[in-house]
Write a protein that binds this ligand. Structure first.
Ligand SMILES: NC(=O)c1ccc[n+]([C@@H]2O[C@H](COP(=O)([O-])OP(=O)(O)OC[C@H]3O[C@@H](n4cnc5c(N)ncnc54)[C@H](OP(=O)(O)O)[C@@H]3O)[C@@H](O)[C@H]2O)c1
Length: 335
């Protein structure tokens, strides 16, 4: 009998997660019914949205309930199937959760990828991360050649793709990141024109220097005071693509609103939230374009891989302490 190790939410974290917030169990996998397939998890994606699902905050999906398997995206290999849609050997992404096996049903919201593909790419650059970066920059930001694009969390999964895409579209790309080392990476390896360490003093001056023609597009991953500062440096007709606000996901109280928002009126600007999942219908098209950029060397992919399902809770904290470079993944089994 195959057993399934699962990580469950024991209590809601306050601030950073602790081991005590989670528990683990093992369950026998039930026999497959018609229309079902069994997926063996290879990698889980550690996305900031997991932290909001662990709280009671309003999100696009309901909070994970106490005692439930922690929800997360992941990729796995089909190991057994009584489904017409999923065949043994298929590489499939869906909300696998923090567990070694998950069940697919014929009507699951899941995507089958070519079996030969790098499974990590199906969650990162050629999966939901790539689609979010593309949708935010291209559909919401609508970049034009010569414009200045600022990207926060620029060394992270989404930001690194968004900034490189801005360069590919002929823009000046300015990153914001949390250390000098990350800023060096953003410029030297990812090809941004400039990068500001937001932990240094003098952010406003540094932003002015890096964006002499002001900011046409801000791809915002962090919210908070950085959003407010960029709002104060917009160009006429600026667009802000609200991707996320990681600076507030751990906060117990909602932060005050950005006081510089009135500048949107002055510059006739637009600030728009988006969810990459709303653009999943275009996934094949977007990932084919991103794959071409990877092939011709214009799009570099970086990942941070942590080993073992039991390390998943610690990995979530790495997003908040900035310990990841590129897409953060937990390896659950050999592919
Ligand atoms: N709308 C969508 O469809 C969609 C899809 C995917 C992700 N997102 C959002 O996009 C954002 C990035 O997600 P990701 O998966 O790509 O994560 P990520 O950027 O790979 O990792 C998060 C990064 O955020 C930075 N950070 C953490 N706390 C911060 C703070 N207080 N102020 C400034 N920066 C901080 C850290 O880098 P530093 O070392 O530079 O601080 C960290 O590496 C998140 O807000 C997420 O919710 C949205």
């Amino acid at each position: 009998m195959t057993m399934n190790r699962r990580i469950l939410l024991a209590k809601r974290p306050v601030g950073l997660a602790t081991r005590d917030d989670f528990s683990a169990d093992e369950q026998a996998i039930p026999e497959l019914q018609d229309g079902e397939a069994l997926l063996k998890t290879l990698y889980i994606g550690i996305d900031p949205t997991i932290r909001t699902w662990l709280s009671t905050a309003k999100s696009y999906l309901p909070p994970v309930r106490i005692g439930e398997v922690v929800r997360s995206a992941g990729v796995g290999r089909v190991v057994d199937s009584k489904s017409d849609r999923f065949k043994a050997g298929d590489l499939v992404t869906h909300l696998v959760g923090w567990q070694e096996y998950s069940m697919l049903h014929d009507d699951s919201f899941a995507t089958v990828f070519p079996g030969s593909m790098n499974p990590r790419h199906t969650l990162g650059v050629l999966g939901s991360t790539g689609v979010a970066a593309y949708a935010g920059l291209v559909y919401v930001g609508r970049p034009r050649e010569g414009e200045t694009v600022v990207v926060s969390a620029a060394a992270g999964a989404t930001g690194s793709v968004a900034g490189q895409l801005a360069k590919i579209k002929g823009c000046r790309a300015v990153g914001i990141a949390g250390s000098d080392e990350k800023c060096r990476h953003v410029i030297e390896n990812l090809g941004f024109d400039a990068c500001i360490n937001y932990k240094d003093d003098g952010f406003r001056e540094a932003l002015k220097e890096a964006c002499p023609k002001r900011v046409d597009i801000y791809f915002d991953n962090v919210g908070g005071w950085i959003l407010n500062e960029v709002l104060g440096r917009l160009n006429t007709g600026a667009r802000i693509a609200l991707c996320g606000a990681i600076s507030v996901y751990n906060a117990e109280k909602k932060p005050p609103g950005p006081s510089n928002y009135l500048n949107l009126i002055t510059v006739r600007g637009r600030m728009e939230g988006f969810n990459g999942m709303d653009h999943w219908g275009k996934h094949s098209e977007i990932s084919a374009e991103l794959a071409r950029y990877m092939e011709d060397g214009r799009l570099k992919n970086y990942e941070t891989v942590v080993d073992g399902l039991d390390e998943a809770w610690r990995s979530v904290n790495m997003l908040f302490t900035g310990e990841n470079l590129g897409k953060l993944l937990v390896k659950v089994a050999e592919s």
